[in-house]
Design a binder for this molecule. Structure first.
Ligand SMILES: NC(=O)C1=CN([C@@H]2O[C@H](COP(=O)(O)OP(=O)(O)OC[C@H]3O[C@@H](n4cnc5c(N)ncnc54)[C@H](OP(=O)(O)O)[C@@H]3O)[C@@H](O)[C@H]2O)C=CC1
Ligand SMILES: O=C1O[C@H](COP(=O)(O)O)[C@@H](O)[C@H](O)[C@H]1O
Length: 476
């Protein structure tokens, strides 16, 4: 990160500056950028919210999320507060009086405000790029289904051009996710086997040990599928399945990712399962049932776990199933991608004690303990031929000083620099919703299958794999 040039100066306007995202992730990420000397001296930050506080109270509210005091003091002195409602035109007039030159509007607001804020910015003339750039960062979830995402895209694009819009997916800010492209396209040996001739299937897992906690209101209206699948998990899938771009240019990369997402067939509900945690314990700590969490409707049908099989109909991937799963209150936190290779064509060792060889797997560990390992088979020492599965392991921490990054550093820096590589175009978002729409339609009925908090998810998730004689990679 520190090899990069300082980003152009700009005023950051954070709508929702007192919220969880701003406090826990955005401000610490800006502090990390300040430490890496990537922010200009004249950077300014305006925090917007409807609470009745002043500049100093906003700064004090943000104090607790930050550990690096020296760089926090640098940023802190550049923060101002603007009180106002997101729907109030007068607030935007006031904001306009504070802005000159480049501005970045970060919508750290509930998704219901995305359209409102962009409309208001447009009405107030704040999106006109006369004396500098005007960029809008839009959080997820972007819409709640295909129709609402299309409507939101239409609305936003009636006020700003695509080049001004940065639809963020924070998974793309993670080092290991960005490394997928380098691993794939920087190593000849990968590309040679990266296709349906050699790959049996791909598994993408985002398991979380945390429960919905205090986010019951948001989560109960959203569920595991909307929260994680068409956005974060599809972004991981796109990194794994995309064709090599013609250059490392933002448009070239986004075009290839868009093509992959467009090639995902609508998911067959018979190949998807949903679950909901009931009481149990995670890492020795008692966890209540989802239905007993604060702000969750006791009659809720919302899933806290989703697993599915999907197909990417491209020349490279036709016939290779992709299995995705995600959930809360699971045994451990584990975000990983497993590329499992086909069995060897001839079982040479069938006359020996070895009856079946374990498969080769490439495991990309996104978090925690970021790294990549290659599982393969060797001969176990001894007089008879016997085999043993082993792994070649690359751990980031063994080679690099990874420090404590939030994942938002790269993304905020890229917005300032005008690099849209890691942001999604309208079609990508709509493609994601199109693929999961059959599940959204059906899951309005029935209820999810229970799983114990602290387990690996519902039994049907295992059955989904067993049907095709496969199994999930172990969690953790
Ligand atoms: N938190 C996270 O870890 C992540 C969040 N996101 C996304 O980021 C966005 C923000 O999430 P999060 O920070 O958790 O949300 P919060 O609800 O914590 O923050 C939103 C803030 O906006 C304020 N607010 C609400 N209504 C108005 C209004 N009409 N006018 C002015 N201010 C208002 C809220 O005040 P009040 O105190 O009254 O609620 C709150 O301070 C969401 O889209 C979310 O999906 C994405 C990834 C991770
Ligand atoms: O966007 C979201 O992501 C988090 C998981 O992100 P991570 O970086 O902690 O892996 C998830 O907990 C949350 O529900 C979802 O809204």
């Amino acid at each position: 990160m520190s090899d990069a040039p300082t980003a152009p100066s700009a005023t950051f306007v954070i709508f929702g500056a007192l919220g969880d995202l701003a406090r826990r992730l955005l401000i610490p990420a800006l502090v990390n950028l300040a430490r890496a000397d990537l922010l200009k001296e004249d950077l300014a930050l305006v925090g917007v919210s409807h609470h009745d506080i002043d500049d100093e109270q906003l700064r004090a509210a943000l104090d607790e999320g930050v550990e690096d005091d020296a760089n926090w003091q640098w940023l802190r002195s550049r923060i101002r507060y603007l009180k106002g409602d997101f729907a109030d035109p007068a607030m935007y007039q006031g904001l306009g009086r504070q802005l000159a030159g480049n501005a970045i509007f970060y919508l750290a607001t509930a998704p219901t405000f995305f359209g409102t804020v962009v409309n208001q910015l447009g009405d107030a003339g704040l999106l006109t790029e006369t004396d500098g750039f005007r960029r809008v960062v839009i959080e997820k979830p972007f819409g709640t289904d295909l129709v609402s995402a299309q409507a939101l895209n239409r609305q936003i694009l009636s006020r700003a051009s695509e080049s001004q819009i940065y639809r963020i997916d924070h998974f793309l800010g993670k080092e290991t996710v960005q490394n997928i492209m380098v691993t794939r396209f920087g190593n000849t040996m990968m590309e040679a086997v990266w296709n349906n001739r050699y790959v049996d299937h791909v598994q993408i897992t985002a398991a979380e040990a945390v429960t919905v906690g205090t986010r019951g209101r948001f989560y109960d209206a959203t569920g595991a599928l909307r929260d994680m699948v068409p956005n974060h998990l599809f972004q991981l899938l796109a990194m794994i399945a995309m064709e090599p771009p013609i250059s490392f240019d933002a448009d070239a990369i986004r075009t290839e990712k868009e093509k992959v997402i467009a090639a995902i067939l609508p998911i067959d509900p018979a190949e998807a399962i949903r679950g909901r945690y009931c009481s149990g314990s995670v890492a020795g700590k008692a966890v209540p049932a989802y239905l007993d969490e604060p702000d969750v409707d006791p009659a809720s049908r919302t899933e806290t776990f989703a697993a599915l099989k999907l197909h990417v109909e491209t020349w490279r991937w036709s016939g290779v199933p992709f299995y995705l799963r995600t959930g809360k209150a699971l045994a451990t936190r584990d975000t990983e991608i497993v590329v499992q290779f086909r069995d060897v064509p001839l079982a040479l060792f069938q006359e020996t004690v070895v009856d079946r060889l374990p498969p080769n797997r490439l495991v990309v560990q996104i978090q925690p303990d970021e790294g990549i390992s290659l599982e393969f088979v060797v001969k176990r020492p001894g007089l008879v031929v016997n085999t043993a599965p082993v792994a070649m392991d690359f751990r980031y921490r063994d080679h690099f000083d990874v420090g404590h990054q939030t994942g938002y550093e790269t993304l905020l820096y890229d917005v300032q620099s005008g690099d849209q590589t890691l942001f999604q175009r309208a079609a990508q978002i709509e493609g994601g919703w199109r693929a999961v729409q059959p599940l959204l339609d059906l899951w309005t009925q029935g209820t999810p299958e229970d799983y114990a908090a602290g387990s690996a998810g519902p039994e049907s998730a295992d059955a989904l794999m067993h049907r095709s004689h496969r199994r999930w990679h172990h969690l953790g």
